[in-house]
Design a protein around this ligand. Sequence first.
Ligand code: SAM
Ligand code: DTB
Ligand code: SF4
Length: 332
Amino acid sequence: MSKDIRNNWTIDEVRAIYNTPLLDLVFKAAFLHRKYNDTSEVQVCTLLSIKTGGCSEDCAYCPQAARYNTGVDVQALMQKDEVLQYAQKAKDAGSTRFCMGAAWREVRDNRDFDRVLDMVKGVDELGMEVCCTLGMLTESQAEKLADAGLHAYNHNLDTSAEHYGEIITTRTYDDRLQTLGHVRKAGITVCCGGIIGLGETHDDRIQMLQTLATMPQHPESVPVNALVAIKGTPLENNQKIENWDMVRMIATARILMPKTMVRLSAGRTEMSLAEQALCFMAGANSIFAGDKLLTTPNPSFDEDNAMFDLLGLQPRKAFKEEKEYLREMVEV
Ligand code: SAM
Ligand code: DTB
Ligand code: SF4
């Protein structure tokens, strides 16, 4: 194992990296990014909200929590065929990963879950990397998702353990870590990151990054979201984050977890091309594409294709890691 890939980062080491003067930080991150990844490639993922709104949790940022008046209409679980049409459209537009999100606190063993398992099978059969984000999972639910062909599970830590109680009171940080353990044990890849702009301190961000980077195995992807401030939620008046903070988060994540896909996630509609370019320079190598995230707007495929042309970037192929691994096995 290379000395750059570590799981024993101390909080002081993470703090020192995070506080490096910005241009030095970006340089170091860009260097490691070039050492471990093909920097001409960006993973293109598309999200679909398969069950929207009406969630019983109190996540202070979320437009889908039932207790806030955000104007999001509640929609029951979509039908499999309709979901597969969206997935095919996303594939045709160049996406290689399709992520289905449900506004659930946790998965229940019922007919809705069986339908989600069918959707997972269907998207997998399209040859896309299929991802879900459905809330908390038990060990056996994670196994069923793995058997259906699930490639990745998104379950964010959102912020530090210390700040968590200020943002969510209806579940704990440990609940979150437990689900992540079930996902890992079932052999599904882990997608886990957070949000900046929740009113956290720099130290909260540093602590969250340390938690991610000291997991026994780094998450395969780390989404970094900027808060989309939603009218009706407790965080509606939070100040917009500085793009410099996004760059600092991405660069620190890249240095701590050199091989992880670092996703420049929510917030891109507020960013200029130059700001996004700096994020790619700092080590971001994945985006959400398509004109909607779950319930809020996102740049269109056309805008992103133009950005890729301008910056000389290309969409990364599906299942690249697995294909390289198989090739190595055959060559041995
Ligand atoms: N209910 C499931 C859960 O909480 O894990 C899955 C869906 S939930 C909407 C997925 C993630 O979206 C959250 O963990 C959070 O990180 C992100 N998210 C939700 N609302 C957001 C907002 N307004 N701005 C930025 N990110 C947001
Ligand atoms: C993640 O980290 N960000 C995505 C995805 N994982 C599920 C969700 C962003 C949601 C932004 C608010 C919305 O569109 O509802
Ligand atoms: Fe939103 Fe997920 Fe929290 Fe529900 S659990 S309020 S969908 S972030």
